[in-house]
Each structure stands twice: as C-alpha cells, then as structure tokens.
Write a protein that binds this ligand. Structure first.
Ligand code: SAM
Length: 261
C-alpha cells in the first residue's frame, strides 16, 4: 500500500518510523511518504492560511497550496486514491473503516490546522479522489496529525505481513462487534490475585465460552450501545441466557435493554 501524508508539521509524523509501522516501511510492505505543505507555496513567506470570509475567529487553510500538493501526491488518478481529510465534522473512524481502507491501493491524508481547509479544496479533489472527511471522535484536536497517526496505525496493522501472527487480529476488540475479553500472563498468582481457573484447565471449549461471556459482560458494562447493535443470528443459546441475566431481551431486531422495574 502507498500512503501519502501532507502536513505543515512533517516532524509530527516521525512516530511512523517506529515499531511495527516503521518495520513495515523498512520491509517494503508500506510505502509511506510525508510531504510538507509549505513546499507547495509560491510566496516568500510560504503562506498556508488566511482570514475567513464572513468573519469569525481563527484562520483558514488556503486552497492553492493544497491543490498543488494533492495534485503532486495524487499518484494514479485513474485508480481514484482515497483522500482522507481528518475533521471533527467527519464520519466517525471505526475498525470497519480501517478494514475497508486497508483494501485501497493508495491513501492520501490531508492534515488540517487552524479552522480547517477551504471547503472548495474538497469539492475540487472529488474529481480526482474518493474524498472522505473522517473524525477520530467527538472532540477537537489542534490538527489532523494525531488523527493520522491513529488511522495509519489502525490501517497499517491490517496489511498482510505487518503483524507477525494474523490470528491476533481476529480476536480483538471490535472485530466481532464486542470488546475483547480480559487477558492474563505469568505468574498465575500475583499480589494475591489468581487468574481465572478455567484458563489453566486446558479445556478449549470451556475457555472459549469463558472468554465469550467476559466479552459480553465487559461490552454490556462499558459499551452498551455495541450490545444493542449485535445481530440476533450472531448470538447462541448461552449468549442469550447471559444477556438475559445482564438485563437484555433478545428479539428479532437484536438485544434491547429491559426497562428498569
Ligand atoms: N473548526 C473546525 C471544526 O470545528 O470542525 C476544527 C478545526 S481543528 C482546531 C484543526 C484541525 O484539527 C482540523 O482541520 C482537523 O484536521 C483536525 N481535527 C480536530 N479534531 C479532530 C477530530 N476529532 N478528528 C480528526 N481530526 C481532527
């Protein structure tokens, strides 16, 4: 996969040289380049922002350098690279989106700063890219770089060969609509706390059931919204019994929390 990131702070993306993503780049699994938006300006001051039309606080990123930068990194326009524009006003980034983006041959990330990028850049770019404004969550960051670090890591680890054991991607939080079960390692007893005994039983079916129950319990506790999104056909008899115990009715539309008596 090819990834291009455009930012006025290229140094901010230095962590992408580390750990699994850094290794994936070294191994040629990921061709990732960071570009300085200011190198696409033409004035002496390398200006990338100006005051907003209509007034108001803050500055807006100018369209000209963005168009130059995106035209330069756009790669194969016929393949319509995905242009991800981090924005708190975008579609929410999810694991499902990470899987979808991991299939694309090229991703381009446009890191906004100030009050964001002149809207006409996105309109123009739609002629060359599949443009996707994407939000990391319902809060406001100073710039798109932190969001790009998160998204590149989430997408990059799904590329074939990046994570040593691909099995570890299968049982993670959000891979099946639930949060992951609690995990433990040696020693089996630590500061008076023993690991759940079933994990030492060697009984794979029992361990799988224990883990599934823990997933359901943890998700009901921390993210009840995810429980209500579970497809009823994904729930077996034991799941349904536990959900009943946790206060959910499982109907055709999926689990619904029972009203408090
Ligand atoms: N005025 C913008 C608004 O209210 O939608 C916020 C601009 S923010 C200060 C500057 C930049 O940070 C944005 O252009 C975007 O690139 C990035 N950013 C801020 N919050 C973000 C979030 N939740 N997800 C993704 N990017 C974000």
């Amino acid at each position: 996969m090819r990834i291009d990131v455009v930012s006025i702070f290229p140094e901010y993306l230095a962590p992408l040289e580390l750990s699994l993503i850094g290794k994936a780049r070294q191994d040629g699994l990921l061709d990732l380049k960071v570009h300085d938006l200011r190198s696409f300006t033409t004035d002496r001051h390398r200006t990338v922002d100006d005051t907003p039309y209509g007034g108001g606080a803050g500055m807006v990123m100018k369209p000209e350098p963005w168009a130059e930068a995106l035209a330069a990194v756009g790669g194969d326009a016929a393949a319509r690279p995905v242009l991800i524009v981090p924005s708190p006003a975008g579609e929410r980034f999810t694991q499902a989106m990470a899987y979808e983006l991991a299939e694309a041959p090229q991703l381009v990330f446009a890191c906004g700063r100030y009050e964001g990028i002149d809207e006409r850049v996105l309109e123009w770019a739609a002629g060359h890219f599949d443009v996707r404004p994407v939000s990391l969550g319902d809060y406001v960051l100073n710039g798109g770089e932190v969001a790009v670090l998160a998204m590149v890591e989430a997408v990059g680890r799904l590329l074939p060969g990046v994570v040593g054991n691909p099995e570890s991607l299968v049982e993670e939080s959000h891979s099946d609509g639930l949060l992951e079960y609690p995990v433990y390692t040696k020693p089996s007893s630590w500061r008076g706390r023993d690991i759940p005994e079933v994990l030492l039983s060697g009984n794979h079916a029992k361990i799988a059931r224990f883990r599934r129950d823990e997933q359901l319990r943890r998700t009901a506790d921390r993210r009840p919204d995810l429980i209500e999104r579970l497809a009823p056909e994904s729930l077996d008899k034991a799941d349904r019994a536990l959900l009943d115990e946790l206060g959910y009715d499982v109907a055709d539309g999926g689990p619904r929390r029972r009203a408090e008596a």
